[in-house]
Design a protein. Structure first.
Length: 92
């Protein structure tokens, strides 16, 4: 009798197609985006480069987080320091 199986019984480890496509499943095919300020030929982060600094600020003047802009941690610190300097000098 142990060789008998039910017709609708699946393996315990298998999932339905719906469960595989669920939005709550972690994405297996995530790729790392490179930092736009660390690539070759990228502009230098400086408090005088207002056009560059405005790209990394919201409409309200807040600094955008690196998870949104994909900037590396080192460049994010440089950006925030440059933005704060430009604010102090009333360039922004």
């Amino acid at each position: 009798m142990p060789s008998k199986k039910r017709a609708g019984n699946k393996k315990k480890g298998s999932q339905s197609n719906f469960a595989k496509l669920s939005i709550f499943q972690p994405n297996k095919y995530k790729f790392k985006k490179s930092c736009p300020l660390s690539v070759k030929g990228a502009p230098v982060v400086d408090y005088k480069n207002i056009r560059l600094l405005k790209k990394y600020m919201s409409e309200n003047g807040k600094i955008l987080p690196s998870r949104i802009t994909n900037v590396s941690q080192k460049k994010q610190r440089e950006l925030s320091l440059s933005i704060k300097r430009a604010r102090n000098l009333a360039l922004i």
